[in-house]
Write a protein that binds this ligand. Structure first.
Ligand SMILES: O=C(O)CCC(=O)C(=O)O
Ligand SMILES: [Fe+2]
Length: 228
């Protein structure tokens, strides 16, 4: 992470510098994660939220459980796209249907295909958009995204709602980590050497966004699952 960028949020506790004229803070990178603060403006965030509300009405949030132990995640999930990520006692995998309704996942809307095209730097379309819902208090432990076949394809993430304290390390679990905040509208790409970096969400910071009336956070991760 560069220390000379005035918008570099540094360790998690540091506030983002406001530019004061409505322009989003400058892009930065942290241990290979490329962050574009304010990639989605307020109108784009509201439009995406409306799409997600419809998607969740069709493909309700479910509570995944850990393989083997069956321990529930604190995050609830759903998916859009031809494939969706699920976790249950049988393991982590992608599948074409919702685990509870048995229906196909809702289609990927053009706003998400455009975000992938703008940020992903990858010639083929995404196949899955995992939607993570963090109620206040939810978190996500340090993990790698490695259930996809082609690690040349990036993971593109979009955040909505309350800010998250996001943590990233290296490709070994014990590698040193850094943390920074992801705010509503921010985009992040994990590609190249950072594609398999361990990462997670330490916590969601209540009251940091008024996008979601009840608070909480939505994170969308767009992924290519199969080898093109
Ligand atoms: O919520 C986030 O920002 C990260 C989500 C994540 O790492 C995942 O879904 O694999
Ligand atoms: Fe992840």
């Amino acid at each position: 992470m560069s220390g000379s960028n005035p918008n570099d949020p540094g360790a998690g506790a540091a506030p983002r510098l406001a530019l004061g004229d409505g322009r989003p803070a400058a892009p930065f990178s942290c241990l290979g994660a490329e962050v574009r603060p304010g990639h989605l403006d307020a109108a784009a965030q509201r439009a995406l939220l409306a799409i997600l509300r419809e998607a969740v009405a069709d493909a309700p949030l479910f509570t995944p459980v850990m393989p083997r132990t069956g321990q529930p995640f604190s995050v609830r999930m759903t998916n859009l796209g031809p494939l969706g990520w699920v976790s249950d006692r049988d393991g982590y995998r992608y599948q074409p249907t919702h685990p509870e309704t048995g229906r196909p996942w809702p289609a990927l809307p053009s706003a998400l295909l455009e975000a992938w095209a703008a940020l992903g730097g990858y010639a083929h379309p995404p196949e899955a958009c995992l939607v993570n819902w963090y109620a206040p208090g939810a978190r996500m432990g340090l993990h790698q995204d490695r259930d996809e076949q082609d690690f040349d394809a990036p993971v593109v993430s979009l955040s909505l709602g309350d800010s998250a304290l996001f943590r990233i390390g290296g490709i070994k679990r014990r590698d040193p980590t850094r943390s920074f905040r992801l705010h509503s509208g921010d985009a992040m790409t994990l590609a190249g050497d950072a594609r398999l970096a361990f990462h997670g969400v330490d916590r969601v910071l209540p009251g940091t966004s008024d996008l979601l009336p009840q608070g909480g956070r939505l994170n969308l991760t767009l992924r290519r699952v199969t080898r093109p």
